[in-house]
Structures are given as C-alpha cells and as structure tokens.
Design a protein around this ligand. Sequence first.
Ligand code: PAF
Length: 271
Amino acid sequence: MKIFKSKHKLKEEISNIKNISFVPTMGGLHKGHISLIKKSQNFKGKTLVSIFVNPKQFNEKKDFLNYPRDLKKDLKILKHLKVDLIYLPSLKDIFSFKVKNKIFLDKFSKKLCGRSRKGHFKGVLNIVNRFLELIKPKYIFLGIKDFQQSHLISKHILKRKINTKVIICNTIREKNGVAYSTRNNNLNNNQFKIASKVIKYLKNKKRLVKNKISNLNLYDFKKDLMNLGVTKIDYIEFYNLKTLKRPKSKKENFKIFIAFYLNKTRLIDNI
Ligand code: PAF
C-alpha cells in the first residue's frame, strides 16, 4: 500500500498505470466503503482510495468540524484490504491547480439535499472534478445511498465527456436496517434505535402504498416519523428513479427519499 500526500508524486506513480479504479471517500470508513473497495478490486488494474474531508461541500462550519474522522483506523482498514494506492491531499494540494473542465450542475441538484444544503453539490462536484482530472480513473465507485450525488456526478462526467465509467454500488445496511454511514458514529444507542424504526416504517409504507401514490399525504408520514422520535425532517419525497418525477403508480420503479435529523445528526437514505 502506497500513501501519497502530494498530487505530483501521485501523478508520477500512476502515469504508467492503465486502469485505475477510484473510490473517493471522506474517511470514517465503514462496511459501505469496504464493499465499494472490494468491488473495485474485482476490476483489472489498481485501486486508488482518496480520503479528504472536503470543507467546500459542508454548508455549516460546525457540521464540517463535527464530521467523524479517524485516519489511523482508516489506514488500518485499507492496509488489511491490500489497497494499492491512497491519496490523502491537503486543502492546498487539491485546490491549488486550475481545472480544465467547468463543473456541470444538473437541474436535479436543486431538489432533495440541494434545497436544504446550499452549495453542497457544487462543493462535491468541485472536488470530484479535481480528482478525476488528476487521477483519470477508468472507473469511479459510488454508493446508491447517495443517489443524488451519484446521479449528479454521472451527469457531470457525461456532459464534460470525461473518460470514466461510474459504477453505482448497493447500500450496505446494519442488521437493524440502518444504512452504514460515517455520521452514524455521532448517534447514541437510542438515536440508533430510532433510525432503525424510521427505516422499518418507510419499508413498510413502501410495501403498503396503493396506486395513485402521487396523491399520498406526506404530512401523515412526517407526523408518524416525528412520533417515532425524529427531531426534524428535511424532506421525504417519492421519486421515479428514471424520470426523477413523482411516481403516479406503484408499478413504477420508485424510491422514498428521506433526510432527517436525530438531534444534531443529519442522516439520508432511500428505500
Ligand atoms: O460521498 C462522499 O464521501 C463525498 O461526497 C465524496 C464523493 C468523497 C466527495 O467529497
């Protein structure tokens, strides 16, 4: 496992590598990340994992400061997984070069998390665009838990004709149904149990919704979730995954998207 803190050294190292499978992370590695990495290792070539907590994608400074970090533990996990290359840039290293491609921000960025986290997706695309220019990976691995993020990165790659294929990977869940997330580290036992109840509630609702789901009263959903112990709901919305519109019938391939707070911790999921 080779660790790089400088983009110049990294570029030198990878200049002769044909196929790079890239897994971008903000550290706080969990089973979700591990599954992305293992998947990337099934592809020909080398796996490169980046760890960088990107301040530009946090709309609140406090949230950035409270984001769970444990580099020592992360490196232990990556070593155990026999990851080939690790990139740990500093703020200066990653932001101090002029990019060729301008960020393309699709209109879907205005929905869901885009409404409640101003500037978030611009910050995500800024850093991902930089990584893509530096690394020129053949594949980038992203989790479908962050559906909106994966969608927007895919759109950017397509629009800017970047030669990288996006591989979207399944959500990995705890036994109680809660999706693995670095932010789960900030939950206490009780909050973790409430998160599990939220997921079970939504799974059940998804099963039960009848046709004409476009007329569902989401206010009742919100009320029920608040009664389960949720502190605040940023959004709960149904989307057809293809059209990105609210589905009209249960037969459509749709998901329930949610962002909610347990005390100060904000979690997102799609079911
Ligand atoms: O999903 C994340 O962890 C981040 O948004 C990403 C893609 C690493 C960009 O900072």
